[in-house]
Each structure stands twice: as structure tokens, then as C-alpha cells.
Design a protein around this ligand. Structure first.
Ligand SMILES: [Zn+2]
Length: 304
């Protein structure tokens, strides 16, 4: 059996997953401690220990914000701030005589969808993109997740928007990461509302999509524009890794209208115009974090 944990700012969720059919056999949640790493570590251990009492586990996978600095082995870029600078993975490995691995939520999405979700028919590769509050991505190639040398594999949210032009995409805008015109500023849910507000009175993404459904001219134009931005971003990735399937997760991915638009526009931005890469909605929803985490050690070849 596989143990997977999804660690967020408010809760730590752990599951036991059957590797045969991805069935979640046990599920457990505790609150994420607010201030101290020591409390956090014991909360994580309590979840793992409780799950291990119920099954013979072969590995533990962790989905968590941030990444591990390959030089120091310590956490970086986590929005659970006390985690940064801690040897979280090393500490867990010192407690458990099992393979333990850690990656971020976008990679967990890619893994869970590749193993048993919207990309399960893919033999070798998929790209998963979260279009929620922010924009992140994960890449599976040759059946393994691509972490990369600096833990940045798949982080497409902070590339500059391909084909950016002031007249079509609005004035140059700085992202919180320090770069300008990042993809996230255009295709996250927040970005969808931001670019709408450049031309119209502010509205929520939900309201804009409601107007789109009612064929409001401005909303139709905006959703077309949004799909075009997404196609530009995905087209640039297709030209590099050419994945078998592209999976979208996060809030905006629930909008069915975007899929045919993005699939249709994708070939405008790829080297070959015959590209027919399917763009699909993620299947696992909120469970992608725990499922992807559970499968992480399997993907990395740490367990069979
Ligand atoms: Zn950025």
C-alpha cells in the first residue's frame, strides 16, 4: 500500500492508496500547526504513524508547497514560512525505514492524472497545468515526474507570456515573483479577472463565464482572448516536450467552454500545424494532491 500526504497551509491530509486501482482506503486530516516547525513535524508524523498502523505501507509520498534546494537539501519557497530552511525530507527519512519522497502540488496533479486520471491513456508523457488562484505546472516524461535541477521543472506560470504585445495584452505588468508579464498574470483565475478589468468594469470570473454562457459579446471576446493566451503558453511547451495529453486543473479548469477553444487555437502556436494534442479537464479534483503524493515514490522508481 502507498501512503500519500497533501500538506497545505490549513490542513494536512493523509491517505492510504491501493497501487492496483488507485482506491483510497483510508483518509485522515489534521490542522496544519500555525507557528513552529517542531509542531508541524510531529503533526505530519502523527498522520503517517496513524496510517501505518492500519496498513503495511511500502512508501510515503508528500505533496507540499515549496521545493527542496538540491545543494542544501533544505526547503525553499514554501508559503508555510517556518518550513523554509528546514531539512523536512531528511527529518522524515530519519524516522521511517521506508522510501520517502516530496514534491509540489502541481507535480502531484501531473502524477495523479497520468497514473489514474485524465491522462491515464498516455503511455509516456503528459503536461498538467493548474489554472487556479495562481498558475503552476507539472511534467511527466518517460513515466517520471520532471523535477529538474532546481526543482523548477514544469513551472510554466512564471515564463513570460509568448507573443506578448501591449496593444492586445495590456501594459507591462510586474509579477510578485519579480519578472514581468508572467503567464500567471494572464491565465490564472486572478489573471482572467485582471485582463477583463483592463477593458471593462471589474467582475468575478464566475460572472464573466455566466455572461459568456448568455452570449454577451464582451464576455465571448474575453473568453476567446483567454483561450488564445492559454494556447500560446501551451503551444510553446508542445514545441519543447510535445506531450501526449495536456490536463488542466484548478478553478478555471471547471469551465467547459475553454477546452474546444484551446484545442482549436493550439495549432496556431506550434511548429507543426497538425498538432491534435487533447486538452482535458483533470479528473481527481481535490484528491489529486494526496493521490499524486502517494504515487510519487513509485514514479521515481523507489518502489515497484
Ligand atoms: Zn511571475
Amino acid at each position: 500500500m502507498l501512503i500519500g500526504l497533501d500538506i497545505g497551509g490549513t490542513k494536512i491530509e493523509g491517505v492510504i492508496v491501493s497501487p492496483d486501482n488507485s482506491e483510497v482506503i483510508e483518509r485522515l486530516r489534521v490542522d496544519t500547526p500555525k507557528t513552529h516547525y517542531a509542531d508541524f513535524l510531529s503533526a505530519v508524523r502523527s498522520v503517517i504513524d496513524s496510517l501505518m498502523e492500519k496498513t503495511l505501507a511500502s512508501s510515503v509520498g508528500i505533496g507540499c508547497c515549496g521545493s527542496i534546494n538540491r545543494t542544501t537539501g533544505k526547503m525553499q519557497g514554501a508559503n508555510i514560512l517556518y518550513l523554509n530552511g528546514e531539512d523536512f525530507l531528511g527529518d522524515l527519512r530519519s524516522y521511517y525505514n521506508l522510501p520517502v519522497a516530496l514534491t509540489n502540488d502541481a507535480n502531484c496533479l501531473a502524477i495523479s492524472e497520468f497514473k489514474s486520471g485524465a491522462a491515464k491513456d498516455a503511455q509516456d508523457s503528459c503536461l498538467a497545468v493548474i489554472i487556479g488562484t495562481g498558475c503552476g505546472g507539472g511534467i511527466v516524461i518517460h513515466g517520471n515526474i520532471v523535477d529538474g535541477q532546481h526543482g523548477l521543472g514544469g513551472e510554466i506560470g512564471h515564463n513570460p507570456l509568448p507573443g506578448y504585445r501591449v496593444d492586445t495584452d495590456g501594459p507591462t505588468t510586474q509579477c510578485y515573483c519579480g519578472s514581468h508579464n508572467c503567464n500567471e498574470l494572464f491565465v490564472s483565475g486572478t489573471g482572467f479577472e485582471r485582463t477583463w478589468a483592463l477593458k471593462h468594469p471589474k467582475l468575478s470570473a464566475k460572472e464573466i463565464f455566466n455572461r459568456y454562457a448568455n452570449k454577451d459579446k464582451d464576455a465571448v471576446e474575453h473568453v476567446e482572448y483567454y483561450a488564445d493566451c492559454l494556447a500560446r503558453i501551451l503551444g510553446a511547451i508542445v514545441n519543447v516536450i510535445d506531450p501526449e495529453v495536456i490536463v488542466l486543473g484548478g478553478g478555471v479548469s471547471n469551465q467547459q467552454a475553454i477546452y474546444p477553444l484551446v484545442e482549436d487555437k493550439l495549432k496556431n502556436y506550434t511548429f507543426s500545424k497538425n498538432v491534435d494534442t487533447p486538452v482535458r479537464q483533470a479528473l481527481h479534483g481535490d484528491s489529486s494532491g494526496v493521490l499524486g503524493a502517494a504515487y510519487l515514490p513509485v514514479m521515481k522508481g523507489m518502489v515497484n
